[in-house]
Design a protein around this ligand. Sequence first.
Ligand SMILES: *Cc1c(COP(=O)(O)O)cnc(C)c1O
Length: 377
Amino acid sequence: MNEKIWLSSPHMSGKEQGYIQEAFDKNWIAPLGPNVDGFEKELGEYIGIPHVSALSSGTAAIHLALIMIGVKQNDEVLASSFTFSATVNPIVYQGATPILIDSEKDSWNMSPELLEEAIKDRIEKGRIPKAIIVVHLYGMPAKMKPILEIAKKYEIPVIEDAAEALGSEYQDQRCGSLGDYSILSFNGNKIITTSGGGALISRNREAIVESRFLATQARDNAPHYQHSEIGYNYRMSNIVAGIGRGQLEVIDARVKQRRANFDYYLSELGKIDGITFLRQRPGAYSNYWLTTILVNPELTGGITREDIRLALEKENIETRPLWKPMHLQPVFEKYPAYVDGTSEKLFEDGLCLPSGSNLTMEQKERVVNAMLKVLNR
Ligand SMILES: *Cc1c(COP(=O)(O)O)cnc(C)c1O
């Protein structure tokens, strides 16, 4: 059996263990400490906003952002439907209602037109949405300019889910700096990882101070344990933050490696009839966290996305269908959705190719050869 090729596996730099050793040497084995402070500072410098709260996950970051915006029971929150469930779950943690918005075809992210249509319709129904969660899926920046203009027009705060988009840019601004609140994830498969972790970022300094308070069980300032609010245990540990600091040292290289994967696949497969790549448009700079393609069986001689996925699986190569939209998920299908079929079609025809920054040229050649074989090229 051929060695397994993973979709996106962790890629350590070798610099992580120094930070972890330091934490052990000083016995900083806690959800605070110098690595947490250092990681927040270094991440802030990279993103271009100094107010960062390092947390236990990206999901926790979205949850805290909703809490600080004041999302409560029976409120409505607009969110991209074409995403990972972690974008939408925290809306339901708050007892609020997700309103799901379909994608546009250029970036596969939230359609500004459907967003505005949804806002108008909700307002007509007497329900003013409390927040918008917009995602940059697969590292591809969403159409933020029109989305932010709409948000401003209707005075709705924006949470930017940049979990997959660290290193991507929109009109020369880093993803993770574009929302009223922005979130990042450092889960094991993301472009850099802390094994598990996340961050909340905001231009509003007080909001980040408040998020740290809420994330450490909302302890009031008193010698005993005093609480006037419900708190959460959402802080990042000092050990995990050490991994993050070692990873952040190589983020530029990681973006370069992921983008090189895309360039290679495009050059080898881009001319095949029926295979199209998600590509950045002017104004967008993608980290190409994952390289994604659409397969049109009418042009491939009947070969479908599933045919390709299964053929590669036989060769021990992991690929994955695109995210199944939230409005099609059993747990979310009961919620209102403003859709036009775009993400459904993407889910039907789309495939993520192996995209780790640690892939060797031999591995990428194996992927391409397996693709050419199933496509009869
Ligand atoms: C990974 C991911 C998250 C959640 O991050 P965790 O750190 O795993 O909680 C949220 N949104 C998107 C789009 C993601 O890909």
